[in-house]
Design a protein around this ligand. Structure first.
Ligand code: 13P
Ligand code: SF4
Length: 308
């Protein structure tokens, strides 16, 4: 039997579901039960009746699934699948930060640890951050963490002065404006689309800014255009399947690397073999301390309510 067939057999036998992010390797996206952005993945995790959730993504995503499903086994194929953005917000420092601003409501981007979510009032993702910030009365000051780039973008969109945590994603900060402009000169007909974790000088050049799912939907609704895509290169797999004849060009990163585009090393530690191994051995499992889980659950549930 092939690896895919063995994964399928185990998935059936154990009543497991495989949830994958758009930045996962192509072969993982192909065997997943669902591929989506952070919001879609949280919504799927909240409603699944599977006994085991295999999370083909990074740690904070699997942790969110566990917070929503304390009685299910949540497996992450490789515990090294972390996130530079989540790491940029250590709980002790963040606790001091919010204590220094007790009048502020705390909105945290889902790319953070369970401890940080447990200190938050509402969680958001890149697809609902605007809606969630707009749901807060105008006179209430807001702390927005950990992504300063997304925070700055939402601040600009809403005209609200958000108090930002100084965090960012290494992958989205690696895009080069000079290389992007040089590429645009070669493809002057193309539209630039970007993820809001990118820096302001990239976002200023973009024709469309949105979450991974938003970017895919935008391209689907403009199949006659050609696009320079400023987010992690894994998205190109699903995007190209949706618009097979459309030219999609990955935005260039500052440093020349092996793919000449941006890849998230954390997302790419998961492999098909590790998916099989974790399903077989039911490890590594994600655990969240119960008191933290209960406190983190409330802002996640608020987000899911506001996203209906
Ligand atoms: P979305 O898929 O929610 O747009 O988020 C991207 C991301 O940063 C995943 O790490
Ligand atoms: Fe984290 Fe950036 Fe990788 Fe997303 S792309 S998982 S934000 S390091």
């Amino acid at each position: 039997m092939s690896l895919k067939q063995r994964i399928n057999a185990l998935r059936q036998e154990k009543n497991a579901v495989i949830l994958a992010h758009y930045y996962q390797r192509d072969d993982i996206q192909e065997i997943a039960d669902y591929v989506g952005d952070s919001l879609g993945l949280s919504q799927r995790a909240a409603e699944t009746d599977a006994s085991i959730i295999v999370f083909a993504g990074v740690h904070f995503m699997a942790e969110t699934a566990k917070i929503l499903n304390p009685t299910k086994k949540v497996l992450l194929p490789d515990l090294n699948a972390g996130c530079s953005l989540a790491d940029s917000c250590p709980p002790e420092a963040f606790s001091k930060f919010i204590k220094a601003h007790p009048e502020h409501l705390v909105i945290t981007y889902i790319n953070c640890s369970a401890e940080i979510k447990a200190m938050s009032d509402i969680v958001c993702t890149s697809s609902n951050a605007l809606k969630i910030v707009e749901s807060v009365p105008k006179d209430r000051p807001i702390i927005f963490a950990p992504d300063k780039n997304l925070g700055r973008y939402i601040s600009k969109q809403t005209g609200r002065d958000l108090l930002l945590w100084d965090g960012s994603c290494v992958v989205h900060e690696a895009f080069s404006v000079d290389k992007l402009l040089a590429l645009y000169k070669i493809y002057p007909e193309s539209k630039i689309i970007a993820h809001p974790e990118s820096e302001a000088h990239i976002l200023d050049l973009a024709n469309y800014i949105g979450s991974t799912a938003g970017m895919i939907n935008y391209v689907k609704s403009h199949p006659q255009e050609q696009f320079i895509v400023a987010t992690e290169a894994g998205i190109l797999h699903k995007m190209q399947l949706e618009v097979p004849t459309t030219l999609l060009i990955p935005a260039p990163a500052e440093e020349d690397n092996t793919c000449a585009c941006s890849e998230c090393a954390f997302m790419k530690v998961n492999t098909l073999q590790k998916i099989y191994d974790c399903l077989l051995n039911e490890t590594p499992q994600i655990e969240v301390q119960e008191d933290i889980r209960l406190r983190a659950l409330q802002p996640i549930q608020k987000m899911l309510e506001l996203s209906k």
